[in-house]
Design a protein around this ligand. Structure first.
Ligand SMILES: *Cc1c(COP(=O)(O)O)cnc(C)c1O
Length: 415
């Protein structure tokens, strides 16, 4: 069966062994999926979702009951007072940008305690010059690096006691760095430290790739506002675009007034026919995240057996859906990404190459044979072309397709 697909007997045999090795891990993923499915279904029922919420608005988008109810459902699922779930957010980066500009004012200081934020925020913050950056408005930025994959609690305490920090940004997922992602337990510990020093500091979480990986979300353990993309976990592969912001009502309102206009806020924003896809995407999201996790665990064990170092290891606790594979070799990284593309349902005959993407410093290779452009809840793999040549793989709408993609990519580096 696999040989028809260009996958050797050897790799198929190895995959059967690996699936036995990961059986218990998969069972645990199913348990998390079950709990999150309950959470989602309860939110649908509590908010009395019905056919009328699939309706649509155009123009200003006044009185879009579907949109308003979707925001209540997301808020309930995420443990938030309120949320903003909009297709007018172009992407996660845009939602993070809107939120930062909404929360910060001239002379305020933004502090990142997970080191340098995600690459696409460099020009937003002003780490890299841009005449429209936060820095250009007189907003300061400071960062405290992680130490040994955990927060530098002493440095954070010391800095907070000096005062004048308005917003702390915490990026849970590793982005394109070689650190580990932040587990919910670590997050809880650092938030309680922050709040014990100054309860007014706003704790903002870049939650991209982390939703539904566990059963507790950051707002439930004290975060004030979280941001994520709908072409990642919570879109379930069905949301056509967009992002969300959720958390404290006053803060979500500030983000709404920055996304639309002061005085209009959440009241406007046409949905142009996507309400049903957003709801259906959220409905599928627990299972899709589970499939992505299984794909990641499977890849981690397969590549470990073949002698590569992977992070997380197949049996380690996960905070996000990202699997990194350290190839230590430019060609292998490129071949692996190209193999993922070959195993995709869309554009399987195109060959991705590294290029200068807007917002990124190094050349990046991106494999994404996805139904939705750039969707990384669908099996996708990318990597900046820099040492030590790490592939960042994530997504998988179903485990079965995810597995085939991984086998195809492995076959492509073996040739
Ligand atoms: C994907 C991602 C972003 C940016 O999201 P886009 O939708 O690609 O703009 C920001 N932070 C993290 C950690 C991400 O994984």
């Amino acid at each position: 069966m696999y040989e028809d697909f260009g996958i050797s007997k050897e790799i198929e045999i190895l995959s059967t062994k690996v699936e036995q090795d990961v059986e218990i891990i998969f069972k645990n993923i199913d348990k998390v999926c079950q709990k999150n499915s309950l959470k989602v279904l309860k939110a649908f029922q509590n908010n009395k979702i019905s056919d009328m919420h699939f309706g649509s608005t155009t123009g200003y988008g006044y009185g879009d009951v579907g949109r308003d109810t979707i925001e209540k459902v997301f808020a309930e699922v995420l443990g938030a007072e309120d949320s903003l779930v909009r297709s007018q957010f172009i992407s996660g980066t845009h939602a993070l940008t809107v939120t930062l500009f909404a929360l910060l004012r001239p002379n305020d200081t933004l502090l990142s305690i997970t080191g340098k934020p995600y690459d696409t925020l460099d020009e937003v913050i002003g780490i890299k010059d841009n005449p429209s950056s936060l820095k250009s408005y007189g907003i300061n930025f400071e960062q405290i690096d992680l130490v040994g994959n955990d927060f530098d609690y002493n440095k954070i305490e010391e800095r907070l006691k000096k005062g004048n920090i308005k917003v702390i940004e915490i990026q849970r997922s590793k982005g394109y760095s070689d650190r580990k992602s932040i587990k919910i337990g670590q997050l809880e510990k650092v938030i309680s430290l922050i709040k014990s020093i100054n309860e007014h500091i706003i704790v903002m979480i870049d939650n991209c790739y982390c939703e539904f990986v566990g059963t507790i979300e950051p707002l439930e353990i004290g975060a004030d506002i979280i941001v994520g993309s709908l072409i990642k976990n919570l879109g379930g592969g069905l949301a056509p675009n967009g992002a969300y912001v959720a958390g404290r009502k006053d803060l979500v309102n500030l983000a709404a007034e920055r996304l639309t206009a002061p005085g209009e806020g959440k009241e406007v924003g046409p949905t142009l026919g996507i309400n049903k896809s957003i709801l259906q995407g959220l409905f599928f999201a627990p299972s899709v995240v589970a499939s992505s996790l299984k794909t990641a665990v499977f890849a981690s064990k397969m590549l470990e057996k073949l002698g590569y170092s992977t992070e997380p290891r197949y049996n380690q606790e996960r905070a996000d859906i990202v699997q990194t594979i350290n190839f230590g070799d430019e060609q292998k990284l490129i071949k692996y990404c190209q193999g993922i593309q070959m195993g995709s349902p869309i554009d399987s005959n195109s060959i991705p190459e590294a290029w200068d993407m807007p917002g990124y410093t190094d050349k990046v290779i991106m494999a994404a044979g996805a139904f939705t452009q750039g969707s990384s809840i669908e099996l996708s793999c990318d990597g900046p072309i820099r040492k030590p040549y790490i592939a960042f793989m994530q997504g998988g709408l179903t485990y079965e397709y995810g597995k085939i993609g991984v086998l195809k990519a492995i076959q492509n580096i073996m040739k």
